[in-house]
Design a protein around this ligand. Sequence first.
Ligand code: GUN
Length: 285
Amino acid sequence: MPAKIIDGKKIAEQIREEIAHEVSLLKKRSGIVPGLAAILIGDNEASGIYVRNKEIACKKAGMVAEQYLLPAASTEREVLLLIEKLNHNPGIHGILVQLPLPKQIDERKILEAVLPEKDIDGFHPFNMGKLLAGCPTVLPCTPFGVIRILEAIDCKIEGKEAVVVGRSNIVGKPVSLLLMQRNATVTVCHTRTANLAEKVGRADILIAAAGRPEMVKGDWIKKGAVVIDVGINRLADGRLVGDVEFGEAQKRAGWITPVPGGVGPMTIAMLLWNTLQSAKRTLPA
Ligand code: GUN
């Protein structure tokens, strides 16, 4: 039987409806409207689309969304000054700096400049440390979305073999921690892992987040596995594909996320969730 396809768009829509409802309650009860500021530096086409989609989703949920589009040649100082201004703006509860950044800008310096309370991506080292210690305030949006997908399909995590392909700070590392905290046995693989096919073949839960088009071959996948594909890669012929060879994988997996329409919409839903929680934390106790 072919895998069931996970409709990330539908799961995300339900979450976004709940968020919109909570936003309206918060507004009514406290006058607070959650506000997000998104900073985009340069003209990376994919980043531009992501930021625009995040802004639209925020507004649809009744939140304030501000976009700051800076030229590719911006200096680190200019970006730091903008972040400083937004850190002090009481109407902004979440600050997002879209990655990747142009070469002349030090990513670490920028992420550390965002106040941890307004870091709705969970990329500040303080928030990364809290996640590592098992007491997170905010979860990075994509890993959080992956966990919400697993919950939505009632996937038991405890005791399972989970394999994560990719070790980025944005997805691979944090999603590995979240799975470990839920008592999975986690193997983290990457581009230099030996015998990748054999390791992937052990996975009851496979998270592909290497950023390489169709690098995970369908016939590596264990029968019945849950396959979550975080990759979004544009091929030369214009097609959008994930990190997993979808057609073949679908023949073996139990559940699988499509690209697009799988993890992508969940990342945005969790960003809204994090912004709402950040706004709620400003309420007096
Ligand atoms: N670039 C790729 N994914 C993300 C994300 O989740 N947040 C930000 N800020 N940049 C990204």
